[in-house]
Design a protein around this ligand. Structure first.
Ligand code: COA
Ligand code: AMP
Length: 643
């Protein structure tokens, strides 16, 4: 379906994309003028170490200066920079650019006093509180490298990240607030630091009123006490190519990948995106309803809106239940949000609670001009419901932690191209996207294959993995030489629009959260009663997908299956974290396999999702697949017969 009413930007898009293709270096050189450099770059792109590339070589800048200080100097000091709206506590805190500068300079001074210097790593394990943003920006101010770990991860996941990043300091808070429960962070942190081989010198603790954490002297230090005596720190210039942050993301094993983001390319790309994709300018109110633990939070709660001089909203709450399905409308009205960016799952959750959006009648959301969706496939039903509800353009766009900003989108800022429901839009200038066959041949329009991006990746995308350039090449650059492999499968239609259909690896998107089924299998397999297991992602009405484990128990196992199922769920929750959301564990006699022993995960998923499927010719024992069908049917799944 094409919404032609909004299609006005063909001229701009065609010209801009062709202009970038004809002169990519000139395009990015021009875009980089939006950044304030302390030392201008001398080379736009260094391609002397292919397939690794570096942008804006020779340039120096400070990201914190660009996102705070320069706005204060330009007279924007009294404008709200950050609004923290906590639906959990009912408290709204607002910081102007001048106040943000004071807070961040002080936090940077405190970090320095705790031994943090340029290039040092700081792990931030915090809930959605303003101090988490101060901590990120304080690192940027000092040229230190932050690594934010999402609060829904458990101790072992945190320990893996601590061991890889080797931080000097861990910044944390006493608790996070989830619907109906207080999540104590300190026991998780203490346990993580027991497990980790690397021991940071200090942990800086923000005590929240909802819970007081115990402290371990001299390692643990109190946020308030340290801030009381901290001297403000100035911005430290860093190389454009120096790392700003590391963000760990799920790979196909239990070992997370440390995605590196640089300073110069990152800021250039984000500023370009705010103008042309999101269509905002200084003074506008921008709300990315995500968490700072995810890439959307890094790019579009923190760095991009502040770089563009906007007011950014940091929301501690859920789309439903805090207190009801009108929460988003309330925030839009209260803070006059112009652009909302959210995962489709949030709209599915609202739709389920309030199918006619009756709560909207209580609010005035006329400030809203555009709704952006990303993080998972936007199913047409949800897009149509969102269009009918918010009555502004609804733009699906695609990106990944690795890219840091959208690779496919529509362009609110430069007048929209037609919006096609079911597509995540057009390739963004900077991205030459092809659909490839397994033999790396470029496929024709409408043929599904691997979505791959021709190298070099644009500024802002990952230059490498932390301390692991070989891992970066092996994971992303080897399968299709000359390309970055996205891990997504999809097609390009006759009009050049991209359609992302599924992942080609074991990554699943659960409520917009990226998780690896392989990592869950590693945990399930350690349960002493489990002989063999397979974890797959199955369709879910609200979360898009949820994990489900099939387990084969040892024949000698005599305990009740229900006990074992409960223990497996707990094990995954305790090891990976509640965010893994594994709730379904189905014991079966055997797993369906090919004769060579490959588990037929895709066929199991197709059965669970009620999709037509073919029994592979190479199947070892068709009776095993029949048992899977029967088990799913018994658990309420609408399974179909094979075609
Ligand atoms: N700290 C501790 N626990 C957390 C957490 C955090 N930061 N974030 C989530 N969790 C817990 C939840 O409390 C939940 O625990 P439970 O199993 O005890 O209920 C579990 O992890 C799963 O969380 P989630 O998948 O988010 O489910 P939910 O039922 O709490 O909320 C939605 C469902 C759809 C409302 C919610 O996921 C949502 O709003 N998603 C928006 C998508 C989004 O923000 N995506 C980010 C990328 S753009
Ligand atoms: P993350 O790294 O958490 O941002 O997850 C990235 C993955 O989410 C992508 O590789 C896709 O599989 C999926 N994804 C993100 N945005 C979209 C979208 N608009 N449509 C379909 N899938 C998406």
């Amino acid at each position: 379906m094409v919404d032609t009413a909004t299609g006005q930007g063909a001229d701009w898009y065609g010209r801009t994309y062709a202009g970038w293709m004809a002169d990519p270096k000139g395009f990015w050189a021009e875009a980089s003028t939006a950044v304030t450099w302390s030392t201008p770059w001398t080379q736009v792109l260094d391609d002397s170490d292919k397939p690794l590339y570096r942008w804006f070589v020779g340039g120096e800048l400070n990201t914190c200066y660009n996102v705070i200080d320069r706005h204060v100097e330009a007279g924007r000091g009294d404008q709200p920079a950050l609004i923290h709206d906590s639906a959990m506590t009912g408290v709204v805190r607002q910081f102007t650019y001048a106040e943000l500068q004071t807070e961040v300079a002080r936090v940077a001074g405190a970090f320095r006093a705790l031994g943090v210097g340029k290039g040092d790593r700081v792990v931030i394990y915090m809930p959605m509180v303003p101090e988490a943003v101060f901590a990120m920006l304080a690192c940027a101010r000092l040229g230190a490298v932050h690594s934010v770990v999402f609060g829904g991860f458990a101790d072992k996941e945190l320990a893996k990240r601590v061991d890889d990043a080797k931080p000097v300091l861990v910044v944390t808070a006493s608790c996070g607030l989830e619907a109906g429960r207080v999540v104590e962070y300190k026991p998780i942190l203490d346990s993580a630091l027991d497990i980790a081989e690397h021991k940071p010198a200090h942990c800086l603790m923000l005590q929240r009123p909802q819970c007081t954490a115990s402290m371990v002297a001299p390692r643990d230090v109190d946020w308030q006490a340290v801030m009381a005596t901290a001297e403000p720190a100035a911005c430290v210039p860093v190389a454009a190519t120096d790392p700003l942050y590391i963000l760990y993301t799920s790979g196909s094993t239990g070992v997370p990948k440390g995605v590196v983001r640089d300073n110069g390319g990152h800021l250039t790309a984000l500023l370009w995106s705010m103008e042309h994709i999101y269509g905002v300018k200084a003074g506008d109110v921008f709300w990315a309803a995500s968490d700072i633990g995810w890439v959307v939070g890094h790019s579009y709660i923190v760095y991009a809106p502040l770089a563009a001089g906007c007011t950014t909203i940091m929301y501690e709450g859920k789309p439903v239940g805090t207190p009801d399905a009108g929460a988003f409308w309330r925030v839009i009205e209260q803070h006059k949000v112009k652009v909302l960016f959210v995962a489709p799952t949030a709209f599915r959750a609202i739709k389920k609670e309030d199918p006619t959006a009756s709560l909207l009648a209580k609010y005035d959301i006329s400030s809203l001009e555009t709704l952006f969706l990303a993080g998972e496939r936007a199913d047409p039903e949800t897009v149509k419901w969102a269009q009918a509800t918010v009555k502004v353009p609804v733009i699906d766009h695609w990106w990944q932690t690795e890219l840091g900003w959208p690779g496919a989108a529509n362009f609110a800022g430069s007048r929209l191209m037609p919006v096609k429901i079911g597509s995540a839009g057009l390739p963004v200038p900077g991205y030459e996207i092809h659909i490839l066959s397994p033999a790396s041949e470029v496929l024709e329009p409408n043929q599904t294959g691997d979505v791959a991006i021709k190298l070099p990746l644009p500024p802002g995308a990952l230059p490498t993995l932390w301390n692991n350039a070989e891992g970066y090449k092996k994971t992303y650059l080897v399968d299709h030489p000359g390309y970055y492999m996205t891990g997504d499968a999809g097609f390009i239609d006759d009009d050049g629009y991209l359609h992302f259909m599924s992942r080609t690896d074991d990554i699943i998107n659960v409520a917009g959260h990226r998780l690896a089924t392989g990592a869950m299998e590693e945990v399930v397999a350690t349960h002493p009663s489990v002989a063999e297991c397979a974890v797959i992602g199955v369709a879910d009405e609200v979360k898009g997908m949820v994990p489900m484990a099939f387990v084969v128990l040892y024949a000698s196992e005599i305990r009740s299956k229900t006990d074992i199922e409960r223990e497996v769920v707990k094990k995954v929750r305790d090891t990976i974290g509640p965010v893994a959301a594994l709730k379904m564990v189905l014991p079966v006699k055997a797993l369906p396999k090919t004769r060579s022993g490959k588990i037929l995960r895709k066929t199991m998923r197709q059965i669970a999702d009620g999709e037509p499927y073919q029994v592979p010719a190479t199947i070892d024992d068709p009776a095993v697949l029949a048992e899977i069908r029967r088990t799913l049917h018994e658990h309420g799944f609408d399974v179909r017969h094979p075609d």
